[in-house]
Design a protein around this ligand. Structure first.
Ligand SMILES: [Fe+2]
Length: 382
């Protein structure tokens, strides 16, 4: 059985146990071993050698190690066909994931009633001349940050011209861009990836000291990864009812896995166009970083949500496992954001040049789309 981390809060365990009391237990079969998690309504227990769960799943020792080690999630294992349901369905299994992450790694289930904003305003925007300590405090508390006036208008105009150029060269299937199908049934570009690998101008922007300052507010050791994890990406919001991965529902960027290798990575979003609901903006749940998505949380009425409206030249900063979403534009769309993500050194131990966790998601769009309606535990840069 996996060791239980020290310092778990019995009140959190009790709340989760109450929610799972009617679930009837969960059995894992790993090789020739079985273990079953059960809730008695007040706490959750794990017993080896029993196969009594109402939900039962078989997986390989490697998959189990990845699950316990926070390298892959249940959705990630599902997408790679490594979960074999023996009783019950994936939805029943997914109900257990938050408590499993708490028991395996001390990552608590997200609960808005436990959020503490320390008197800060989650929707506050900070001028670029704000001191590092104040910016870092906001980012640490909320999991995201909005800084205004970081880049000048002419800098954003030059970047947009370069994005126009890269977009004109992009083709579906070129492995350097993401596409959706728009309302007319035509392919539409929604993301350029590895953008700074083929654009000196965008590479300069990626390495700009203003970007580095904001990307390393919490940890000066974080570094950019232009040649892996899809590098620096430019998001382009396509208007209308699209199919494909453009309007990404609530998720954490480690939603399919990788938490142990790249969290808490920090994404710096350079707002090339500015953003609003009409053009498609970033939404976040303040204070949700470092916690586990709990199925159905978005149906609660007490969850705070901030929609970040920005001007061209503003920057958003988010810790990648803060819950965030990129809903469908209500109007003309076309928000452009250039995401420069700063990673901990552990990323380089696991991900080589040209490799990315999103490859898995991108190659399984149909299955991912089916999951979006129910659990929405997906990866993405926005
Ligand atoms: Fe994301």
């Amino acid at each position: 059985m996996p060791p239980v981390p020290a310092g778990l809060d019995p009140r959190v365990l009790e709340q989760e146990a109450a929610d799972l009391a009617a679930a009837g237990g969960l059995t894992f079969t790993v090789g020739d071993q079985t273990l079953t998690y059960t809730s008695d309504g007040t706490t959750v227990r794990c017993e080896a050698g029993t196969d009594t769960g109402a939900t039962a799943v078989r997986l390989s020792p490697q998959a189990w190690d990845d699950l316990v080690g926070q390298m892959r999630t249940l959705v990630g294992l599902l997408l790679s066909d490594e979960l074999h349901m023996e009783r019950g369905g994936f939805e029943q299994l997914a109900d257990w994931e938050p408590i499993l992450r708490y028991l395996h790694a001390g990552i608590p289930p997200y609960d808005p009633s436990r959020a503490d904003f320390e008197g800060r305003d989650p929707a506050a925007a900070f001028p670029v001349d704000t001191g590092d300590a104040a910016l870092a405090a906001q980012l640490r508390t909320m999991g995201f940050l909005h800084v205004t006036g970081v880049f000048a208008a002419d800098e954003m105009e030059a970047a947009n011209r370069e994005v126009d150029h890269l977009a004109s060269l992009a083709r579906p299937g070129d492995d350097r861009s993401w596409w959706v199908t728009d309302e007319d049934g035509s392919p539409a570009l929604c993301r350029l990836v590895y953008a700074t690998m083929r654009s000196p101008l965008l590479a300069v922007l990626e390495g700009d000291p203003r970007v580095r300052r904001l990307g390393t507010l919490l940890d000066p050791a974080l570094a950019t990864a232009p040649d892996r994890m899809e590098g620096t990406a430019v998001l382009i919001k396509v208007p209308g009812r699209t199919s494909g991965l453009s309007n990404i529902p609530w998720h954490q960027d480690c939603g399919t896995g990788g938490h142990a290798m790249f969290c808490p990575a920090v994404s710096v979003g350079i707002q090339l166009t500015g953003s609003s609901a009409e053009t498609g903006n970033l939404q976040v749940v303040p204070g949700s970083h470092g916690q586990a998505l709990k199925y159905g949380w978005q149906d609660r009425t007490d969850v705070p949500v901030v929609s970040i409206d920005t001007a061209p030249g503003d920057v958003t900063v988010h810790i990648q496992d803060v819950m965030h979403a990129s809903p469908r534009p209500t109007g003309a769309g076309q928000r452009r954001t250039m995401y420069v993500t700063h990673y901990p050194s552990s990323l380089w131990e696991h991900i080589g040049p040209g490799e990315a966790l999103n490859d898995l998601v991108r190659n399984r769009q149909e299955q991912v789309a089916g999951l979006q309606g129910s659990s929405a535990r997906l990866a993405g840069s926005d």
